[in-house]
Design a protein around this ligand. Structure first.
Ligand code: 26W
Length: 818
């Protein structure tokens, strides 16, 4: 251990940590494992948060403030230690104390398991939002399921994705506090009987199954904030230790089985994003979370305001993160009517002022629809309510859109023997929002146009954002310090001040420092790649990164086909003056999405071929980093020179990875899609590299499926033709020449006769040209750095603090706690 001079506060913290190690693990520091030291640090930070919490709780209570409940099936929090101590403004203290104890904070922090309770963008957005809400002192609760297994862990074996479970709670979770006393019951299935009793209907359940919902709370601090908010995670428990009837009959396995069946509800996060299958367990998860959360909300309300139910929309607002928690709407009706004794109209009045809905995708495969028979069987009482809502909706539609059965069917809650969750939201919510300007435009002019026309005032465009605490301060402390040294610390609390950096973009001295930090981050990433992939990459080469879920619309395929084309050219043209590049991919594919998994295999196959071909002298390297998640994203965004945001225009609702790369000074190559459109507005067209078809152009091509165009491209673009042919001529995988035929086939002929649905072939030429332009630019260091710095300087708008302020002004109307 170093003998480091500590301040009295640091000395106290040190004693705190040493004390935790001794009390929790019965060890002296010399015998403690690094993991124990991690836990001790987390517990010490948690204690500080708890002390703050007690005060905050009292104040929130005294002010009787309105509260936000952010209902989401995903909260992709990542690790909490370093962001928590950063938000407590104690990073330096922890660094010093740990150093005095012989540890590095960064190394200790790496021992925490990622809380991977989400698939991608939607889940990470929820995590950024809760950070900004807290930082802005707005009282809010995040509500989700305490999945025992988060998103699967990805391994790459022989180029293929293999999924492994993610038992993230295995070694305990230092941040959560169990609240068994707040357990509630959730009922499934059985029969519902209606009785007329005491002048009104009452509902009796027979043969239903009860599952207990027990909450765990994770307290959350904001950056230099006064209040503490919390993330409430619900865990499913069986009401019985085991079924004693079965047990007494000697049926031991049956006796524990029932318990298992109840607890399976919170076992695992569904790994599909942008795709739904009517799985019964998923429906149960949905009802479980919303019913438990609403019972808690009403209990808290009643506790404070008694049975003045008309006050409810003044005291609470519930944000539905996509349609996944939509059952909250009929469930709130049920609770208000069946349990609190309100009539339909009174309950409806409240419900239509309580819920707001965010849409996160226009992909039709992602639209949630439940088979009617399953819905009725699992949720018999909720079904009665949904059926009545649908009846009233159709009555209304008959008035506003008379004689238009096709429209009625499209807008109905129940049609084709399915319950359409989006239509419940569109009918009921007082606010509906898209997540970027373009996305909202597509919602209001296309997929939700019929609802929009009826009441345009409900629709909002609120562009996504990211929390700067995690996505620059925590993951890129040196850049944070450099910026602060020039423009002062104000930007850390007021994102608009980041624009003060613009004058430094062309400053040679600043450029040099900016460049040095990027280089250092690239060296770190190169070390990580060496350790995990065994590949040597050159930090002097351009680092071009595409990290996000694997989906056809995100077009990792376009990227890899272009790489193959560059490789071909290098082999064919010895004089090709190629700027060395390292292409980095990181992506998980949904386990059931065969084509996405095949694209992963293709990337790895091309990588092997290129990385091992000595003829090109290591000028191109291709790396697939396995198990992409929040912690890997933190390493990638700081080290990228180029950020790939190349989705088919009109398909990516917003994207948020694009913002993280921009903030850390990468140049974007992208389509006019999602928030890229607004990045262009912020940074100016000379600082972003836009190519390809626009959303309307894609739309017309989708509508008319122009096969001749695809044929023509194939016959005239020889570069493209060659790479397509390589997919099936055995040059990539001689031992299995047909392995990539499916990709070849869909691009050229399509699944149902519609080729190239995602416009990979149509955008190929423009993409290649833009890549070439970027490579040339990289050689002009001054120009490149100027653009990179401008990207950082213009990223202020993408702070989730701005996003949350917009939600609050337009939708929530919460008052910050004084
Ligand atoms: C039920 C299966 C399922 C699961 C997740 C369907 C759909 C989803 C999400 C809507 C997918 C998602 O994460 N969407 C992303 O949301 C981000 C935050 O708004 C956007 O930035 C991304 O563009 C969008 O793809």
């Amino acid at each position: 251990m170093e003998s480091v001079k500590l301040t009295p506060r640091e000395e106290a913290l040190k004693q705190e940590i040493v004390g935790k190690v001794s009390r929790y693990f019965g060890k002296v520091m010399e015998d403690a494992t690094p993991k124990m030291v991690y836990t001790a640090c987390a517990l010490a930070a948690r204690d500080q948060i708890m002390t703050k919490w007690a005060v905050s709780h009292k104040e929130v209570k005294e002010e009787n403030s309105k509260k936000l409940y952010y209902l989401s099936f995903e909260f992709l929090m990542g690790r909490l230690l370093t962001t928590n101590i950063l938000n407590l403004m104690q990073t330096d203290e922890y660094v010093h104390v740990l150093r005095a104890l012989g540890y590095e904070l960064n190394e200790i922090a790496e021992l925490e398991n990622d809380a991977g309770l989400g698939n991608g963008g939607l889940g990470r957005l929820a995590a950024c939002f809760i950070d900004s809400l807290t930082t802005l002192d707005l009282p809010a609760y995040g509500c989700t399921i305490r999945y025992e297994y988060g998103l699967f862990k990805q391994k790459i074996v022989d180029g293929y994705q293999i999924e492994l479970p993610d038992p993230w709670l295995e070694n305990g979770n230092a941040w959560e506090i169990p609240r068994p006393e707040e357990t509630v019951e959730v009922k499934f299935g059985g029969n519902v009987y209606t009785d007329w009793y005491d002048g009104r209907f009452s509902f009796r359940y027979e043969n239903s199954h009860t599952v207990l919902a027990m909450p765990y709370d994770v307290p959350l601090v904001g950056y230099d904030s006064k209040i503490v908010n919390k993330l409430r995670l619900w865990s499913a428990k069986s009401p019985d230790f085991m079924n004693m009837n079965e047990f007494n009959r000697g049926n031991y396995v049956r006796a524990v089985e029932e318990k298992q069946l109840a607890e399976v509800i919170s076992k695992v996060l569904y790994p599909e994003d942008n795709h739904t299958e009517g799985k019964e367990l998923r429906l149960k998860q949905q009802y479980f979370l919303v019913s438990a959360t609403l019972q808690w909300i009403l209990r808290e309300f009643e506790h404070r305001y008694g049975r003045d139910w008309h006050l409810l929309p003044e005291k609470a607002v519930i944000q539905l993160n996509d349609t996944h928690p939509t059952l909250a709407i009929p469930e709130m009706m049920r609770l208000l009517m069946d349990e609190k004794g309100l009539g339909w109209d009174e309950a409806w009045e409240l419900v239509t002022h309580l819920f707001a809905y965010t849409n996160h995708t226009v992909m039709s495969e992602a639209m949630e629809k439940w088979p009617l028979d399953m819905f009725k069987r699992v949720l018999p009482r909720v079904w009665m309510i949904v059926e009545e809502m649908n009846r009233r909706l159709l009555e209304y539609l008959n008035c506003v859109y008379p004689n238009d059965p096709a429209k009625h069917k499209y807008m109905a809650i129940v049609s084709d023997n399915q319950v359409c969750m989006a239509n419940i939201c569109l009918y009921t919510c007082f606010a509906i929002n898209g997540v970027s300007k373009l996305h909202t435009h597509i919602l209001t002019s296309d997929i939700f146009a019929d609802y929009y026309r009826l009441n345009p005032g409900r629709f909002h465009a609120i562009t996504n954002g990211i929390t700067f605490r995690r996505w620059i301060m925590d993951c890129n402390p040196e850049l944070t310090e450099l910026i602060t040294s020039k423009i002062g610390p104000g930007w850390l609390k007021d994102y608009s001040l980041l624009a003060d950096l613009k004058p430094y973009a062309a400053d040679a001295e600043f450029q040099k420092k900016f460049d040095a930090i990027k280089k250092k981050n690239k060296v770190h990433l190169a070390e990580y790649i060496k350790e995990h992939n065994g590949i040597d990459v050159d930090p002097e080469s351009i680092f071009d990164v595409q990290s996000k879920r694997l989906h056809e619309y995100k077009r990792q395929l376009l990227n890899i086909l272009h790489i193959l084309a560059e490789y071909n050219r290098l082999l064919e043209d010895p004089k090709y003056d190629y700027v060395p590049k390292t292409y980095i991919f990181a992506a998980k594919a949904a386990p059931g999405y065969a084509r996405a998994k095949l694209i992963i295999k293709l990337i790895n196959t091309v990588a092997d071929k290129i990385n091992n071909d000595s003829r090109i002298g290591g000028k191109i390297k291709v790396v697939f980093i396995e198990n992409y998640g929040v912690s890997i994203a933190e390493k990638l965004v700081v080290a990228a020179d180029i950020s790939e945001q190349i989705s088919t225009a009109g398909k990516e609702a917003s994207g948020t990875g694009n913002m993280k790369f921009m903030l850390n000074g990468a140049l974007t190559i992208g389509t006019l899609d999602g928030a890229n459109v607004e990045m262009l507005e912020q940074v100016g067209e000379e600082n972003i590299f836009i190519f390809g078809l626009k959303a309307e152009e894609v739309e017309t091509r989708m509508r008319y499926h122009n096969q001749d165009e695809v044929k023509k491209i194939y016959t005239t673009n020889h570069t493209l033709r060659k790479v397509l042919d390589q997919l099936i001529d055995g040059s990539l995988c001689p031992e299995n020449t047909q392995i990539f035929r499916d990709l070849y086939q869909t691009l050229l002929f399509g699944d149902y006769g519609y080729p190239d649905v995602y416009m990979v072939l149509r955008d190929f030429e423009a993409y290649c040209a833009t890549q070439e332009e970027l490579s040339r630019l990289y050689l002009d260091r001054k120009k490149w750095l100027e653009k990179a710095i401008m990207n950082t300087a213009c990223a202020g708008f993408f702070s989730s603090d701005r996003t949350i302020m917009e939600y609050n002004d337009q939708i929530w109307h919460l008052t910050p706690i004084e």
